[in-house]
Design a protein around this ligand. Structure first.
Ligand code: ADP
Length: 351
């Protein structure tokens, strides 16, 4: 097992720079998730760690060893791809054994490792089948098994659940979490799905445009996003934002009553409130009022898509809601200590 150090890593394709000096410290045994929108550089960074892409600048170390010039097979990493990348004509056993045979692992040792991995992943009954005779979920387990048998210091996962249907995605996500508990290895996992990031990660790295926006534990990012981008990316449905004015009594977000908050020297701020932190209240106490546009009934909760008189849209998430219909006016306040304040021009967190 090993941790990683990433120092000022830069990547250029021709004249286009796509990574702009990334610094990261990953501890031994941590589960790290790189998350961000498509094109932000998640896969590129993962592939640079794997040795599948050269660095244009900076340094990557795995354990104490700088690996910039070390070929992929000698880095002690194993990668699981979105597309599984299995050999179609080989049995499951041989797919898992292939890498070990190539490095001349003794057959008894190959048997031991493949059988052990198959047991962990509950694919022992399929070892003689070819991938064609497996479901998508089983194929992905074989791909993970192929990584496990190599006993890597670091596991790298590139969107491993993207090709699975929703139910299987949930189940496989849980299996990956269990695998991490069991093996205790360092794992780096790329996804654009913030739910996967929140549920799997010890530490999330939010990327945008080839830069790190924030690194932190899932709940740190949820509770204290450092800027508007992270605030809007983490959490579902997304945080609501309001342009607002600070006054003596707090911050006004459109309703009659300001929300009390620590005093800031800024007059104009952007206020963020998560849909789950808005609560219904009498008009006299309201910080925000609006008309119902759409009601989404989701069983255990309801999403109310609202519009203010000024046409500003926001979402409120309720566990239960009174009988509601489009056009009805509702009044809200924010639960205590749940609002987020950001500098209007830079988007950086203020409180
Ligand atoms: P993500 O995994 O976050 O979706 P990528 O790491 O795949 O993003 O890509 C990051 C950026 O690098 C994107 O703008 C993408 O277009 C660019 N890019 C990736 N691979 C290449 C390549 N081989 N040549 C040129 N540009 C590339």
């Amino acid at each position: 097992m090993a941790g990683l150090t990433i120092r000022n890593v830069i990547k250029k394709y021709g004249n286009t720079q796509v990574m702009h000096g990334v610094d990261l410290d990953i501890e031994d045994g941590e589960f790290i998730v790189f998350v961000g929108p498509s094109g932000c550089g998640k896969s590129t960074l993962l592939r640079m760690i794997a040795g599948l892409e050269d660095l244009s600048g900076g340094e990557i170390s795995i354990g104490d060893r700088v690996v910039n010039e070390v070929p992929p097979s000698k880095r002690g990493v194993a990668m699981v791809f979105q597309t599984y990348a299995l050999y179609p004509h080989m049995t499951v056993f041989n797919n898992m054994a292939f890498g070990l045979k190539q490095v001349k692992t003794p057959p008894a040792e190959i048997d031991r490792r493949v059988n052990e991995a198959a047991k962990i992943l509950e694919i022992e009954d399929y070892l003689d089948r070819t991938p064609r005779a497996l479901s998508g979920g089983q194929r992905q387990r074989v791909a993970i098994g192929r990584a496990i048998v190599r006993e890597p210091e670091v596991f790298l996962f590139d969107e491993p659940l993207s090709n699975l249907d929703a139910a299987l995605r949930g189940q496989t996500r849980l299996e990956i979490a269990r695998l991490h508990e069991r093996l205790g290895s360092t794992m780096i996992y790329v996804t654009h799905d913030q739910v996967e990031a929140m549920t799997l990660a010890d530490k999330i790295v939010v990327l945008r445009g080839g830069r790190v926006e924030q690194v932190g534990r899932p709940m740190d990012l949820y509770e204290k996003p450092q800027n508007l981008f992270v605030a809007s990316f983490i959490g579902s449905p997304s945080m609501n934002f309001f342009e607002a004015e600070m006054s003596e009594n707090g911050v006004s977000i459109g309703g009659a009553n300001p929300v009390s908050t620590s005093k800031l020297d800024k007059a104009a701020v952007t206020v963020g409130v998560r849909p789950e932190h808005l609560i219904l209240c009498p008009q006299a106490e309201a910080a925000l009022s609006g008309k119902i546009d759409v009601v989404e009934q989701l069983g255990d909760h309801v999403l109310l898509h609202m519009a203010t008189n000024d046409g500003l849209e926001f979402v409120a998430k309720m566990e239960k809601a009174p009988t509601l219909s489009r056009g009805e006016v509702l009044h809200f306040k924010a639960k205590e200590d749940t609002i987020h304040l950001f500098d209007k021009s830079s988007g950086i967190r203020l409180d």
